[in-house]
Structure formats: C-alpha cells, structure tokens
Design a protein around this ligand. Structure first.
Ligand code: DAH
Length: 350
C-alpha cells in the first residue's frame, strides 16, 4: 500500500504539471480525491490492514492527500494569474499622448446664466457669496420671520436630516449669515451691504416639466440707510436687460413672503412677444420671474441690524427658470438629466 500511495503522489505531481485550465484541474481533483477517486479507493482498503499498519498507512494517506491538495491550490493560482496576464496583454494600450477624439465639454446652461448674473451684479459693486447646502432650521426659517408651525413652511416641503439640519429650500437661508458677516462694516464704516448668493435648493416636489426637487436660485440683498423700492427696481431692471441683451420692462405686483414687507412678484415683459400677448405668457404680455421685497424689520434685527436706522431690499431670482427662459428649455428635467445631447447645445455662448 505504501508503494501505491507513493506512486499516486508522484503521478499526481506529474499530471498536475501539464494542466492548463481550471476545468482540467477540477476533473483531476475528482479523479484523484473524489468519492470514486484513486486515493479514496485505496483508503477503503485500510480495513484489511493489521492494527499496527493501519495508523502508519493512515498517516501516510493523509500526508499524500494534503500534498495533492496543496499542489492543486498552487496550480490553480498559477493558472488564474496566467489567464489574467493574458487578458491584460490583449487589452489595447492606452496612450495618454494620443489626440482625443472626444468633443470638448460645455458649460451647463445654469452655470452660463449664473455667471452672467454674477458679472452684472459684480460690476454694480455686489459681492458674490457661496453658502452651504446644509443649513439650520433657524437660518432657513426662524431668522426669516417664519417661526415653527407657521403656515408659510407649507410652501416649501423641506428635506430634514436626522441631526435636525436641513437641505436649504431657498437661498434666502443665507441672508442671516450675510447680515452678520457684513453688519460691522455697515455700522462702523458706513459700507452698504450688497451681496448675491447663488445656490442649489431642494424641495420635495412631484416632478413634471416645470417642477424639480433640485433647482437653482440666486438671492440678492442690499442694506443701507434710505434704501427704497426704487433701488430694487433699478437693480433688477439693469440686471435683466444685460442678461437678455435687450431693454426689459418690469412691473411689481403684491406678493406675500414673511421675510419681506412689502413683498412683491416681479414680472418682466414677455420675451417671446415683447408684451403683445402670446401663448407663452398666457396672453398677458408678462412673465413672472422674481419674488422680492423690502427686508422685514424682524429679519434685519435677527441679523443684528437696527431696522430704525437701516432698510434694504431682497430678491430671490429663480436661476433655473431664468436659464429655461433664456435658452428656451421646455422641460426643467432636461437640466438635471446629464444628457450631453441636450446640454451641449449651449456651448457657443462662452
Ligand atoms: N425665498 C423665496 C422662495 O424661494 C423667494 C423670495 C421671495 C426671496 C421674496 C426673496 C424675497 O429674497 O424677497 O420662495
């Protein structure tokens, strides 16, 4: 039996050497170690051995089995590595210096409109501020004169985080921080607060061609002594005429927002018909574009500014809406689609 076991070990080693695929290895394993395999059939004969011989042969048989198993593992690893190398070798070589046949990327239409607005406001002395997308309930609502349980919260179905913070539902959420940042230079140095803060906003909207759960706004504020509605109209009219590259007529209608008093809806003369009336403006000649108003005294107070001494205006421009108007985008969902076919149409502008 000893010779037989040794012979199996030698033969197994030699056979394994010539194997080249995982399938071959598996049939080899079954043929030698399987239930009906060579080694197993020898083990079945153990019973016929004498009591002294049995443990010795048993030990040897186990050694042979362990030896063969180890060889199988080694060989499988070797074959796998060879196969992987073969696959790597068959891959086309990536040449970093080869000229690209991909077309150039393009700016997103919202980025284009945002930059245009920023440039116009910068030229009028406004600072451009960046603000977090995650804010506190205080910043988004309380500091804007919207206490807990105020019905105005219903207008913005908000995404709350587990830690009590939230995804900002409007760029107005940055107002409080902006007032606090600039109030010292306003009060001590007499420098007016003039800032815009574009940003992404989130609301739990049912999406359709006009509604998205993620959209962009651009908030703007100006605070100084004797700021009036005339200042608001002037800045908005100038900015919109620049962005649309034609003289834009604006009008104000009353609108309610808890953080402004009085509050307005700012309409612009229809871009399609110039105010004559057409299906795009529902034959009114006007398009609703930008809610705005005079900053509420409570909001100034929350920002550490005395409303008896200072006044200001604020507006919340819908950047997404503006981009749709400017570029004639009919479905808001195209803007977040990542579809290069839709988005790359706007490259020419830059
Ligand atoms: N934050 C408001 C919204 O998203 C829009 C808004 C209204 C902003 C009036 C303002 C404002 O600054 O004065 O619904």
């Amino acid at each position: 039996m000893k010779e037989k076991l040794e012979a199996i070990r030698k033969q197994a080693e030699a056979e394994l050497d010539g194997l080249t695929s995982p399938e071959q290895i598996e049939s080899f394993r079954v043929a030698v170690l399987g239930k009906k395999g060579e080694l197993t059939s020898i083990l079945k004969m153990m019973g016929k051995l004498s009591a002294e011989e049995r443990p010795v042969m048993g030990q040897l048989a186990n050694d042979v089995r362990a030896f063969i198993e180890e060889k199988i593992t080694e060989k499988s690893k070797e074959i796998k590595e060879k196969e992987m190398q073969k696959e790597i070798d068959s891959m086309p070589i990536f040449d970093v210096s080869a000229p690209s046949d991909l077309s150039r990327g393009s700016y997103h239409p919202i980025t284009l409109v945002q930059r245009e607005c920023e440039n116009v406001f910068k030229s009028m002395g406004f600072a451009v501020e960046n603000y977090s997308e995650i804010v506190t309930d205080y910043e988004c609502f309380e500091a804007l004169n919207i206490p807990k349980h105020h019905p105005a919260r219903d207008m913005q179905d908000t995404y709350y985080l587990e830690n009590g913070q939230l995804l900002k539902s409007h760029t107005s959420a940055a107002q409080n921080a902006i007032y606090k940042k600039y109030r010292d230079s306003l009060i001590n140095d007499g420098l007016p607060i003039k800032a815009i803060f574009p940003g992404r906003c989130f609301r739990n909207e049912a999406t359709d061609a006009c509604h998205e759960n993620t959209f962009f706004q651009m908030e703007g504020v100006m605070v100084d002594k004797d700021i009036s509605i005339s200042n608001l109209i002037y800045f908005m009219k100038t900015m919109l005429s620049e962005v649309f590259r034609k003289d834009i007529k604006v009008r104000l209608r009353p609108g309610f927002f808890p953080f402004v008093e009085p509050g307005f809806e700012l309409d612009i003369s229809c871009l399609i018909c110039g105010g004559e009336g057409c299906p795009s403006c529902k034959h009114s000649g006007w398009l609703e574009l930008c809610p705005c108003g005079m900053i509420h005294p409570e909001v100034l107070k929350a920002g550490g500014i005395d409303p008896e001494e200072y006044t200001g205006f604020a507006f919340g421009l819908g950047l997404t809406r503006l981009a749709m108007m400017k570029y004639g985008v009919k479905d808001i969902r195209d803007l977040n689609s990542g579809s290069l076919k839709s988005l790359s149409q706007f490259t020419d502008d830059e």
